[in-house]
Design a protein around this ligand. Structure first.
Ligand code: TEU
Length: 548
């Protein structure tokens, strides 16, 4: 195991983290202000979502200058200060690299769109006729450019034009830019939708939205190996690829050390268990057995192939996990802790998304005017134009909008949750009055203290890194139980995913009279478990270290 494999990464959405300048949006100096908090929490890396120059149509995932800080976030000097101050506390910064596409305001696109023979024309993907692929944000994936009479590809918003990675000049520019940031002292990169960069040459029509043709596309592994040689080789960097609609086989290839591509991969299969027939914009309960099956398959498959998982419940594109797979009412605290336990004992690198460590919940915004996200607004407009009623359009948005995870970090019970002196760019949930950092730091039984313990355990319990994963009771409809096994010892992790009481019977041989037990962590009081038959309370979760 390498040292980084014991680390925990904290994700910051700077727009909603902390405003040093007292603005509507957060800034880089705001992150500097909170470094002592992050150090106290114990995290090793900070992944900041994009803060480079951008028209902010997709909150920074639409970059118009890879070498400049967006003025709303501060200056290059602020960024350098952040890197230095973080490093004094043993924390490294991970930069979010968005190179599947640029903003259409990027000078490359501005040049490209100006004429058919401009040298930058081939930096993007142009066709005389569009195929029938759909944008991930709704509508066609092609936009017509009247000036040159062709369509350009955009897998996301029409202001995010896809780069043409088959052009060696594009790759050279991307690698040059990454070396620039590497040399500034960042500790790694998070690569946005990096498995979508290689498109098939013939752009075939599809009977669905087209993703099967460009996901894990024809040259993607070759391009990532090239990136590894050109940027990572010989440097102490960790790199996580965001893999959209990917497969286990590809993720093993992206992340196993022998491939020389990336350190680890994010995938989203476990976060589609509330998408009936893969449809996001339908309100639905989650399928617990499917959740357990998917996470288990990935544990087993990545272990077998020497791959490495990025582990996460939350990010800036997802609703809050306590509202999603837990209970954000009566059992908010135990369910937030249970979900954390279930995830943090898996093999891989856990990511904690700002506010998750407090058990922050979805804000429950009922009106479209409260939403800011381009995807949400696009979907709302498409649905309403198609005649869907207001109530029907809003129901899935309230459950699934990306804005659920983008409300300001709740620092204290004061005005604007202590996020800024000014009114924030997006609403603050009313529960900031009792769910906030200040209150939870003072309470040793809080969700926050629990996360702090989990983060520390990753360094002290070796089995978390290399124990062999074994799923127990695969068919149990309410409990996820697993082992992480080593020589003569194992961790037993039991998590009850529902309110109410429940009984489970562990398979024979796991808890015997001669088994030595050590309590590791749990969300109710510490205790021994002498019997195979367990009675679990609402959302109860615990971990025991067992040895022969
Ligand atoms: O997201 C990629 C992605 O596919 C999603 O998780 C996306 O939000 C979802 O499909 C929408 O239903 C990344 C970024 O994390 C996201 O914020 C950006 O909007 C997107 O890429 C485009 O850069």
């Amino acid at each position: 195991m390498q040292d980084w494999q014991r680390s925990v990464i904290y994700q910051i959405y700077p727009k909603s983290f902390y405003s040093h300048g007292g603005q509507a949006t957060g800034d880089l100096l705001g992150v500097v202000d909170k470094l002592d908090y992050l150090h106290w929490l114990g995290v090793d890396y900070l992944w900041l979502t994009p803060f480079l120059r951008s028209p902010q149509r997709d909150n920074g995932y639409d970059i118009s200058d890879y070498y400049a800080i967006d003025p709303s976030y501060g200056t290059m000097a602020d960024c350098e200060l952040l890197i230095t101050e973080a490093s004094k506390r043993g924390i490294k910064l991970m930069l979010d690299i968005v190179v599947n596409h640029t903003s259409i305001e990027h000078p490359w696109f501005q040049a490209a769109r100006s004429s058919l023979d401009n040298p930058y024309r081939d930096f993007y993907i142009w066709r005389d006729q569009p195929n029938n692929w759909e944008s991930k944000f709704g509508g066609s994936a092609w936009e017509y450019e009247a000036q040159t009479g062709q369509y350009y590809l955009h897998l996301f918003d029409h202001t995010q034009a896809d780069l043409n990675w088959d052009n060696p000049q594009v790759r050279a520019e991307v690698f040059k830019m990454m070396r620039f940031w590497r040399d500034k002292g960042v500790g790694g990169f998070r690569l946005d939708v990096i498995n979508l960069i290689s498109k098939p040459a013939d752009f075939p029509d599809d009977h669905t939205d087209g993703r099967r043709f460009y996901t894990d596309g024809p040259n993607v592994h070759r391009y990532l190996q090239e990136m590894h040689r050109e940027v990572f080789e010989g440097f102490d960097l960790i790199n996580v690829g965001e893999m959209s609609s990917t497969s286990l086989e590809h993720c093993v290839r992206y992340s196993c050390p022998a491939s020389r591509e990336l350190s680890m991969t994010f995938n989203f299969h476990h976060l589609k268990v509330d998408y009936p027939n893969l449809q996001k914009w339908v309100r639905a309960d989650f399928d617990f057995l499917e959740l357990k099956r998917i996470l288990s398959d990935w544990q087993v498959g990545m272990q077998a192939g020497d791959g490495w998982n990025a582990l996460f419940w939350c990010n800036h594109d997802q609703p809050r996990v306590v509202s999603r797979f837990g209970d954000d009412g009566e059992y908010r605290e135990p369910s937030a802790k249970m979900l954390a336990t279930a995830l943090h004992f898996l093999q891989g690198t856990p990511f904690v998304y700002q506010g998750e460590e407090l058990g922050m919940s979805n804000p429950g915004f009922e009106h479209i005017e409260q939403y800011r996200d381009v995807e949400t607004l696009n979907i709302y407009r498409l649905k309403r134009n198609a005649g869907v009623s207001e109530a029907e359009a809003m129901a899935p948005i309230m459950q699934k909008s990306r804005d659920n995870g983008r409300t300001p970090m709740q620092w204290n019970a004061g005005p604007n949750a202590g996020f800024s002196r000014a009114e924030p760019w997006i609403g603050v949930p009313a529960n900031a009055a009792f769910i906030n950092v200040e209150q939870q730091q003072q309470d040793p039984t809080s969700v926050l203290h629990y996360y702090r313990q989990l983060i520390a355990l990753r360094r002290s319990e070796a089995l978390i890194q290399d124990g062999v994963y074994r799923l127990l009771l695969p068919e149990h409809p309410h409990v996820w139980a697993y082992l992480r096994e080593g020589q003569g010892e194992r961790l037993l992790v039991v998590s009850h995913f529902y309110g109410g009481d429940c009984e489970v019977e562990l398979p024979e041989g796991i808890l015997t009279d001669s088994t030595k037990q050590r309590w590791v962590i749990g969300n109710y009081e510490a205790g021994e478990h002498r019997y195979r038959r367990l009675r679990l309370r609402p959302y109860e979760s615990f971990v025991l270290h067992l040895s022969d």
